[in-house]
Design a protein around this ligand. Structure first.
Ligand SMILES: Nc1ncnc2c1ncn2[C@@H]1O[C@H](COP(=O)(O)OP(=O)(O)O)[C@@H](O)[C@H]1O
Ligand SMILES: [Mg+2]
Length: 325
């Protein structure tokens, strides 16, 4: 864990809203989300599928499709974020499925060298040396043997590491990693997460790790933001969140994590489904699935606020504000 507590944020997201025009009407994927990431910090954004994690990451990268409407403020190092400028000079992203993100007809060397030529204007020889260094940094041993390989000749884990090398080629200060290990086997998953943790440590890289799996993020996250229906419902240091989850949704997420040291079958998933982005419930969006819900929860949309007994923890549920954290 890095001592990043007092530094000014690298990226600040304020009141971000992303809405897609769909045949069923407007789909609000992100709904007034605020979040900040400090230099060198690993922040995890966790929630079930469809909660707005990818839409948030794509909004930061300015990669949303044309039928998306975005509002809110994004600041980078205290100034307005211009993603076109920051991309390649501070912001990079890796995706869930490296097989589709890589170009199938280009060799590893060509793909990793591309950003070096575009953003860093390196010549051929210097670029080759740098590609070797980046592949090594991304945890690929004997990188010379991979330079001529094409994506289909690599394993899933190797492909994700090539993606990481490409992201590092832009010398990022913040890496957005959207479900980077979801498509991989458990054994490969741990290796990729360890590599991300090492890069955070060695390069002082900030990481926004997007995942549906609290088990995955606990390996590297300094802080965890839990997202539900496009809003942050709980934000806390990772260890505290795992030891003492407060929001009923966080508790439910944790309760259905399989216990790696026990033979008991994985717990039941959370009953019900997250709401569709076209049909948000009134009040607290989690109320239809919440075991604690009271009539007021149907009316009032709770704000994300510091907890009475632990001001460094934020939670959006008035029912649990006074609880020990
Ligand atoms: N391109 C799109 N067009 C229309 N709706 C979309 C699009 N992408 C995402 N959505 C909707 O926005 C919501 C959030 O999606 P997403 O951010 O991909 O969730 P997550 O990454 O958390 O699984 C979902 O309800 C999804 O159906
Ligand atoms: Mg996603």
């Amino acid at each position: 864990m890095s001592p990043t507590t007092h530094r000014q944020p690298l990226l600040e997201i304020e009141d971000l809203t992303v809405q897609f025009a769909t045949a069923d009407g407007p789909a609000r994927a992100v709904d007034g989300l605020s979040l900040s990431i400090k230099p060198g910090e690993a922040l995890a954004l966790v929630g079930e599928s469809g909660c707005g994690k990818t839409a948030t990451a794509l909004a930061i990268m300015d990669l949303l499709p044309a039928h998306a409407t975005v509002s809110g403020t994004l600041r980078w190092d205290g100034a307005a974020l211009d993603p076109r400028r920051q991309r390649g000079q501070g912001l990079a992203m890796i995706f869930q499925e490296p097989a589709t993100a890589l170009n199938p007809v280009l060799s590893v060397q060509t793909q990793v060298a591309e950003p070096l030529k575009v953003h860093r204007r390196l010549g051929r020889l210097a670029a080759r040396q740098e590609v070797l260094r980046l592949l090594d940094l991304a945890g690929l041993p004997q990188p010379e043997t991979l330079l001529g390989a094409f994506p289909h000749q690599l394993s899933g884990g190797q492909r994700q590491r090539v993606m990481i090398a490409m992201a590092l080629a832009c010398q990022p200060r913040l890496l957005l990693a959207d479900e980077p290990t979801t498509a991989l086997d458990a054994s490969v998953r741990a290796g990729i997460l360890d590599t991300l943790a090492r890069l955070q440590r060695e390069l002082g890289l900030a990481i926004l790790l997007v995942s549906h799996d609290l088990g995955v993020v606990q390996r590297i996250a300094d802080r965890v933001a839990v997202i539900y229906a496009g809003r942050i419902v709980e934000l806390a240091p990772c260890q505290r969140l795992l030891e003492a989850p407060v929001h009923p949704y966080t508790r439910a997420l944790l309760a259905c994590l399989p216990d790696p040291f026990s033979d008991t079958p994985p717990a039941e998933p959370i009953p019900g489904q997250p709401p569709r982005a076209t049909a948000r419930p009134t009040g607290c969006a989690f109320h239809p699935r919440c075991p604690m819900a009271e009539p007021a929860c149907l009316r009032l949309e709770p704000a994300l606020e510091p907890m009475a007994r632990a001001p460094h923890r934020l939670v959006a549920c008035p029912l649990v504000h006074g609880e020990p954290a």
